[in-house]
Design a protein around this ligand. Sequence first.
Ligand code: F0G
Length: 361
Amino acid sequence: QTRYTGIIERYRDRLPVSADTRLISLCEGNTPLIQLQNIPRLIGKDVDIYVKFEGLNPTGSFKDRGMTMAVTKAVEEGSQAIICASTGNTSAAAAAYAVRAGIKAFVLIPEGKIALGKLAQTLMYGAQIIQINGNFDAGMDIVKKISDHAPVTIVNSINPYRIDGQKTAAFEIVDALGDAPDFHCLPVGNAGNITAYWKGYKEYSTDSATHKAVTKKRPVMCGYQAAGAAPFVARAMVDNPETVATAIRIGHPQSWDGAWTAQKQSGGWFESFTDQQILAAQKMLSSYEGIFCEPASATSLAGALHDIANGNIPEGSKIVCTLTGNGIKDPDIAISQCKDAHPVTIDATLDAVKKAILDSM
Ligand code: F0G
């Protein structure tokens, strides 16, 4: 009998841990790769679309993969406290893994600009929340300087262990499909995740001293951004990023070079989408497939559908879209998207319920 105990245990031989390392884990990873059934039919295209639903990680986003690794190493190195700047998901993950490890977490968040569920999580885990009158990029600037002034380990994705943890999602996809997909579509914010996936796909397709390549194939990497926060499309940093998808409201991505390397080496591209297109994709996933992701996550599907329609992604392709976070993290946006779906209020009687059902059939 083998109980699943997280990504480090599963991919131990490809991660920087030793037999003695105390693993800080919440059994993250091993997330479902769900094949879309209704949307391909709806768009009338012969494409195989899979979504890697990272919203089903312990704190509801892909950040758990990076955080198990970063906190494991922080503890191994004797750190008593971690810190991050965050649009919400990294802070929730940092807070949870710090609790698990028995160390302190400090999180810098842009005041009023993180989704309600993420704030609730971070409060419940008991992290020290520091709200700043500034955006994610401003918080990131401060965090990069703070370790010279206070004994804290940075757990943003500039910490290379974060990237190592997150690369395991690419391993899982190849293990599940038996090969790499043709295209991999991702929302891009701070650009750590596209960097991590590309590292994972490269490691799985390269012979090394310790491992024979699992496959020779690598996907084309498609990085999708929100129109108001699209430095990779502009090819320049953006100073006042704005988007409804607060998770990717980032104008100065830290993994700038990593993302460009992924794009160039894979033959991929960057594209941006309006808030309206992003929300439409989020609604589509919920109402046609029963999959509820947060707005930023739906950017990957918005992009895939756009590039399938214009032929950049040809028919016959196998496509994976990462859905980075869970929809229940952002209830405000979800409810505001469903203003027309008025719940009916009726008397608590059998007759009234019967009438309500028959009236709407
Ligand atoms: N999707 C979600 C749900 C995110 O939370 C993030 C980043 C991204 C996509 C973009 O990933 O930064 O690796 O390109 N969230 C960070 C945070 C910035 O603080 O939670 P990326």
